[in-house]
Design a protein around this ligand. Structure first.
Ligand code: ATP
Length: 278
């Protein structure tokens, strides 16, 4: 990483209360530290249950932190609540695996996108509408998308709406929690291209949570490997994927072979022109 980190996670620990009487709390995350640079993409990989989403949720303030700190642009956000947390929402946003779950099915897409833009803003409705039309164009959707409901879109298009909502207020960091896992390969690639393009133009950083090593090798500059709530390996994504040092990472790579980067580039070129239709 170069430059000042936009996100710092320092000795993070998360324990969930145990369900059984007299049972000790379950430690899910233990002593996790990492940084994400401005406009950098860092992948967080690991098997199901290793604690990836818990870290994402702790960074977003959705899961209480037992120990350690989360700093956003140097500000300690670990235990913020209420208004202070809402103010922070301008700087940090999230995209989840199931966009349908995070879009209100009863509202036209334009209304869903307008809500955060109108909250505490001096912009007129006309200005907000203009901004939303621009956002929809930017993510490859037609302008009339604003008047349609989430159910009237494909899975890939819904994920584009979720991406538009996440970038609407130009956050500094976006937590992407398996954002493309529910999509087919072509749609997934188009969504990744869109995220990369938005990063270039907006300068936002991504913490990219995934179990898919094939995705990280091309998409993320650096990769952190999580096992049982601890980081066991970290480094440049190409190194982690091609020369894994830790036995656990080797097993992950063996379970999901990473395609040759040249082949991946060739496939990307073949996809040109398909993005907006998915
Ligand atoms: N609210 C909760 N209460 C108790 N335990 C929880 C809670 N949320 C998650 N866990 C446990 O924490 C561990 C890590 O879960 P987490 O969802 O962070 O893993 P993950 O790596 O994101 O998995 P996946 O890839 O399947 O989403 C799991 O053992 C899970 O059962």
């Amino acid at each position: 990483m170069t430059g000042t980190p936009i996100l710092q996670v320092d000795a993070l620990a998360v324990r969930y209360p145990s369900r059984g009487w007299r049972k000790p709390p379950t430690t899910v995350i233990e002593d996790v530290s990492f940084e994400v640079g401005q406009a950098e993409t860092v992948a967080l990989v690991g098997e199901s249950g290793s604690g990836k989403s818990t870290i994402g949720r702790a960074v977003l303030g959705l899961t209480p932190v037992t120990a350690g700190r989360v700093l956003l642009d140097g500000r300690d956000t670990t235990h913020l609540s209420g208004r202070a947390r809402r103010v922070l929402a301008t700087d940090i946003q999230a995209i989840f695996q199931n966009p349908y779950g995070s879009l209100n099915p009863a509202l036209p897409v334009g209304r869903t996108l307008a809500e955060p833009l109108l909250a505490g803003s001096s912009r007129s409705r006309g200005e907000v509408r203009e901004h939303i039309n621009g956002l929809l164009r930017r993510v490859g959707l037609p302008e009339d998308a604003a008047d349609r409901y989430p159910a009237q879109f494909s899975g890939g298009q819904r994920q584009r709406i979720a991406i538009a909502r996440a970038v609407a207020r130009q956050p500094r960091v976006i937590i992407c929690d398996e954002p493309t896992s529910a999509l087919d390969v072509t749609t997934q690639a188009a969504a990744l291209d869109l995220l990369a393009e938005l990063q270039q133009s907006l300068g936002c950083a991504y913490l990219f949570i995934t179990h898919d090593l094939a995705v990280v090798s091309e998409f993320a500059a650096r990769t952190l490997v999580l096992r049982h709530g601890r980081i066991v390996e970290e480094g440049r994504s190409t190194d982690v994927c091609n020369q894994p040092q830790h036995e656990y990472t080797r097993r992950l790579v063996a379970a999901a072979p990473v395609p040759d980067p040249a082949l991946q580039r060739e496939r990307r070129q073949q996809r040109v022109g398909m993005e907006a239709t998915t």
